[in-house]
Ligand binder design. Structure first.
Ligand code: HEM
Ligand SMILES: [Ca+2]
Length: 328
């Protein structure tokens, strides 16, 4: 089965480059208390009808925040379109033909600009949209530190090099999370984001036909599930066909994702290796979260706050964009 290799990566460049930050953060939940007290209300006024109509949008908005934070920190760099001085991250390997939700962010931002012009950053809008999306999908809610500012730059290379590819080994995942100051607990909890949303055949096809370069399917993939996936994703073509990351409850934020991994029904290699990658810590966490949804919710919230604190621009750094797609 030619046409898809068994190397690691998104199919593009590879190589290291440091990103984000971690550590001390000066964000705080009441940041807009006096300057835009309606911020939560406005976010939900857009999210509620949007997600009711299209549940997948919740997943797309959650992923948008992750892909923003892992490239240059949570600074809305991911929202910038191509421009005079900008090469958009929307073109990176992890993002191209894949990342969505930009129109929803625009809609929220427009309403915020009407209510409190020039106040709420695009980076905070993305973080708030991610939190609201989790909550509206039945997941946890949490206090979200705010006060991020927006970048004047974007980085395709950080996006390419820092966002883990779906065929990552467990070591690769641990290293890429460590690069952001995130540990194994954060890795497993945040991977639980795959309890909602979908993936394209392209991102897991190698598991169905040629996982190790020997023309054999991934042996950790449960048989009947593997067969179903093969009928959805033929050896050639169908690369953009989509299937749920959590086949049990694709629109509900719950702990089914971890149960499925225990049954060999994790969709991506990066999902299954949390259990099968021979790292005791991540293996035990998958079992613990499969067993105890409340424990997963609690850690997911903590890890989201940690991820949301990555390299934020604060104070007089960066700017508050008027339009999230371009610098002021
Ligand atoms: C651990 C490493 C991760 C890898 C390798 C990974 C990889 C992927 C891939 C390949 C897809 C499908 C993309 C496509 O088909 O075009 C996807 C979708 C998704 N990812 Fe991840 N991801 C990871 C971590 C995360 C994290 C930390 C979150 C959020 C906390 C997240 C949230 C999502 C969501 C919600 C979707 C579905 C998006 C939609 O339906 O539009 N992922 N991920
Ligand atoms: Ca960013």
């Amino acid at each position: 089965h030619p046409g898809f290799g068994f190397g690691f990566g998104w199919g593009g460049g590879s190589g290291g480059s440091t990103g984000g930050g971690g550590g001390y953060s000066s964000l705080f939940p009441q940041f807009y208390q006096f300057t835009c007290p309606q911020v939560d209300e406005i976010i939900l006024s857009v999210l509620e009808p949007t997600i009711a109509r299209n549940p997948r949008m919740a997943a797309s908005l959650l992923r948008l925040h992750f892909h923003d934070c892992f490239a240059q920190g949570c600074d809305a760099s991911v929202l910038l379109d191509n421009g005079a001085s900008i090469v958009s991250e929307k073109r990176s390997f992890p993002n191209i033909n894949s990342l969505r939700g930009f129109e929803v962010i625009d809609e929220i931002k427009e309403k915020l600009e009407e209510a409190c012009p020039g106040v709420v950053s695009c980076a905070d809008v993305v973080a708030l949209a991610a939190r609201g999306s989790v909550m509206l999908s039945g997941g946890p809610n949490w206090e979200l530190p705010l006060g991020r500012r927006d970048s004047k730059t974007a980085s395709v290379s950080l996006s390419n090099n820092n966002i883990p590819p779906p065929n990552s080994t467990i070591q690769n995942l641990i290293t890429l999370f460590q690069r952001q100051g995130l540990n194994e607990v954060d890795l497993v909890a945040l991977s639980g984001g795959h309890t909602i949303g979908v993936a394209r055949c392209f991102t897991f096809k190698q598991r169905l036909y040629n996982q190790n370069g020997n023309n054999q399917p991934d042996e950790t993939l449960e048989r009947t599930y593997s067969n179903e996936l093969r009928s959805m994703c033929p050896p050639s073509g169908g690369d953009n066909n989509i299937t749920p990351l959590d086949l049990a409850s694709p629109a509900r934020f719950d702990n089914a994702y971890f149960k499925l991994i225990l049954w060999g029904k994790g969709l991506l290699t990066s999902d299954e290796v949390l259990l099968t990658g021979r790292v005791r810590k991540t293996m035990e966490l998958v079992k613990a979260y499969a067993d105890d949804e409340a424990l997963f919710f609690e850690q997911f919230a903590k890890s989201m706050v940690k991820m949301g604190n990555l390299g934020p621009l604060t104070g007089s750094n960066g700017e508050v964009r008027k339009n999230c797609r371009r610098v002021n």
